[in-house]
Every structure is written in C-alpha cells, then in structure tokens.
Design a protein around this ligand. Sequence first.
Ligand SMILES: NC(=O)c1ccc[n+]([C@@H]2O[C@H](COP(=O)([O-])OP(=O)(O)OC[C@H]3O[C@@H](n4cnc5c(N)ncnc54)[C@H](O)[C@@H]3O)[C@@H](O)[C@H]2O)c1
Length: 342
Amino acid sequence: MKAMRIIQCGVGGFGGGWLGVVQRNEKFEHAALVDPNSANMEAARRKVAMPASLCFTSLDRALAKVKADAVLVVTPPATHHPLVVQALSAGAHVLVEKPIAEDMPSAMDMVRQAELHKRILMVSQNYRNNPAPHLLRTLLAKKAFGRLVHADIVFAMAADFRGSFRETMQYPLLLDMSIHHTDLMRYITGLEARSIYVRSIHTGAPEFKHDAAFKAVIEMENGVVLGYSGDWTARRLATSWNGDWQIQTRKGSLAWDDSGVTFTTSLPWGKERSRRFLDVPGLSATGQDYSLTEFGRAIREGDQPETSGKDNIRSFAMVQAALESCRLGTVVQLKDILSASR
Ligand SMILES: NC(=O)c1ccc[n+]([C@@H]2O[C@H](COP(=O)([O-])OP(=O)(O)OC[C@H]3O[C@@H](n4cnc5c(N)ncnc54)[C@H](O)[C@@H]3O)[C@@H](O)[C@H]2O)c1
C-alpha cells in the first residue's frame, strides 16, 4: 500500500522531533512542510531533504499546491483551531499536538468540523503511549488486584522557564502540563471525571510570577477519588514527567514511578508486608510513534482513533474544570464545563 502523504505544519520546537517520527513511519511520507519561521524551516528542510518548492510559510498555501491525505499540527495551542479547521475543510485528516485547543468552545468546534467533513481528528497524547500505563490500565480493567478504590498522583519538579511565556502565565503547571496527567487518569482508570476541586498555591519561588503549584481532589465515576498535586518549584528529588502514582485497590497498592511498577500489600498494622516488581510488557511503538501509527490505522480502517478529538475533549475538560475551580474556589462539575461550551 502506498504511503499516506502528510503535511507537517510547525517544524520548530517539538515539531523538530516529529520530523523524525514521520520519516521512520513507513505508512507516511512528508508531502510538504509549513512554518513561518525561516530559521526553523531551513533546519527542518535540511533534516528531511525536502525540496524548497514543498516548503511553505502558511498552511493555506501548502493545501492549495500540494495533494495530501493528512495534516500534522505541531504549533502553539492558540493556532490549533484555525489550522485544524482549515485542514479539515480541505478534506485532510488531522493529527494535532496536545492540548487540542486553547479553550473549550474552540475544541468543541474542531470536533464538530471533523464530523461535518467526515474526517478523522486525533490528538497526540504521547504520555499514555507507554508500557507502564498500558499495564496499569489492563490490571485495573481485569480487577487483577480487586476493584480500584482511590489513587494519588504527585508531580514535583523544579522547573525554570524564565524567559518563556510560562514565567508570567497564570496557573502555568495546570495550563501547560496537566493535560498529560488528566489524560493518564482517564486512560489508566478507564473512568471519566465527575468533579474537580483545586486549590492553587503561590510558592514564592522566583522562577514563576503566578501560582505554579496546586492540590486537587478529583471525583471519578464509581465513587473513585483521586488526589492530585503538582509543584513546578519543588526543591526535592523530582518525580518523572508522568508523576508518581499510588493506586489503591481492594487487595493492595499499585505504584508507578521511575523505578517501575510495584505491587505492595500488608495486613492491618503493617503485618505481613510484601512488595514485588511487576513485569511491564513492551509495546511495538511508544510516544509519538504510537500516535502516528494509530492515526494511520484509523484512517485506513475508517475507524475512530483511541485519542480522537471527541474522546480527548474529556481530558481537556478536566483541565478547564481545574482552572475554573482555582478561579472560583469551589468544586466544579465536569458536566457544567462540557455543556456550557455546546
Ligand atoms: N506532547 C509533548 O510532550 C509536548 C512537548 C512540547 C510541546 N508540545 C506541544 O507541541 C505544540 C508546539 O509546541 P512547541 O513547544 O514546539 O512550540 P514552539 O513555539 O517551540 O514551536 C512552534 C513552531 O510552530 C511554528 N508556527 C507557529 N505558528 C504557525 C503557523 N500558523 N503555521 C505553521 N507553523 C507555525 C513556529 O514558527 C515554531 O517553529 C504545542 O501544542 C505544545 O503543547 C507537546
């Protein structure tokens, strides 16, 4: 079968890594590159040996000149809505980087446009495309250690983004990073969120002007409660980017951190304690490679991908609900966030 032709829109920053992801996937080939930044474009053009005639400064020019099956969007969030709608209207399937959009109305509109044009809209959520979350999801779905009761997710890292937009933005950790964690929460538990309460914290660290830490309580379906805390100014040994996970089931505790996945048990008062590492089966592709493979499969089979825009809007809504909770100081219901944007 011939490789599908994909226009990559945004080739600087994270897009630089995506160039290689497309190149090594035999089901896709670059049809064109798009980026208004000439230095980023020149570096990308050399990297993938793209003729200058197939390099464009805007997506509409590329769509007018080049035949393509799909568009990959790796540009800043504020540009996702116009670029994705443009690509869908031109009949292309779209794979867009997280977060799907800058706000809920834009995200909802993108999903509607994909349905209208009968095209696939997928969001790349690379964190879930890794062996440990796949194992945890499978174990919880099978109730291998009894039913899920509650869990804690802790993300802590001393970041320093001084000079970038994150230094002065409000709620930088929630806005820029938490979509990875909320998507992991839905993926690993197999449950949707019902409500969120977040108390944001200004830690006083000089790296951020606004609140870069928070504590949250998230109620999922089936009465499962998650504790979620984050701190981008933590002066401690950092967690991984996934955060450290402690998942309490009826029979014990599943933990996932940098050292792997463990299962611990004990009887009341710590009697008969046990801890063992679990085998984590590998995946044939991980991260963005997994996303692109899944995108290709969905196009070929006329199926919805795992992280379709329609599905992903629920991970995005959790972040939007968290932001609303910070602003209002109250518990926010997910159904209110999802219905307000229709
Ligand atoms: N999944 C992850 O782990 C991860 C990590 C980093 C960034 N991202 C996401 O990737 C996206 C891009 O982030 P980044 O850090 O690479 O940003 P960036 O600002 O470093 O780079 C964006 C690139 O897009 C180009 N661009 C801007 N507007 C454009 C337009 N209208 N058309 C074509 N190109 C345009 C810029 O010139 C630049 O080359 C964001 O959605 C971000 O959240 C994801």
